[in-house]
Design a protein around this ligand. Sequence first.
Ligand code: DO4
Ligand code: MG
Length: 276
Amino acid sequence: MKLYRTTRGAVVENDDRFFLISTADWDTLLNRDDLTQFLTEKISGLEPAFPELSGDELLAPIGKQEVWAAGVTYYRSRSARIEESKDAGGGSFYDRVYQADRPELFFKATPHRVVGHGADVRIRRDSMWNVPEPELTLVITAAGKIVGYTIGNDMSSRDIEGENPLYLPQAKTYDRSCALGPGILVTDVPLPPTTEIRLDILRQGETVFSGATALKEMKRTLPELVEFLYRESSFPDGCFLMTGTGVIPPDSFTLRSADEVRITIEPVGTLVNKVE
Ligand code: DO4
Ligand code: MG
């Protein structure tokens, strides 16, 4: 079952049928530990409201939640980061965090820096080397329960983070640096390890990069990431946690204005954003 935040209100998609549900606000909904059961009961006996949902109606599936991100959770991310920071003396930090018990967790975005499906993401004007990062993103309640999954794009300025790891917040957090959507796959069943996370980048309609990874390539488990994030922080409205990238274009690649970024995670959907 999928849940969308739309211009019409909260919409549930079940078996290719779309239901408009009357509910309290989005934040209260996302914070329900019983979200799957609640939505199942909500739509039972309801007539589908419309045959399909157009992309123009979709809003980013976020209310008041903070967006956090895990880093260096895939070997590919570890290697790319070691390479990009070697001239700056990046040393062994990325390998050490890849191996360590404690994961890298960083603050990614406040809701106003997040865009939804179809909206433009941005690259920083003071950066020359930028990539999208396709990431499975967890929807977690205040109690720390994973109630759903969405798709995230962790836009990153590689020259800024490569110059000095202390610049990470500037490389990662700026206006429209984060895309989430198109909706939320609501389920209590963990995703299979074979779940594919795919990135395609198009320039004037031509594919200029394609790559994919699978959830089983991740070094960490999803509950482990949530446990560390919630150790000494409370999230009264729940939060979104991006789980790191396993797909990074070659070092010769940088995004350009008007590029289209498509991220597909099959049970969730495809998140499409243009670069402003
Ligand atoms: O350590 C820098 C950022 C890592 C990251 O965003 C990722 O691995 O996805
Ligand atoms: Mg990332």
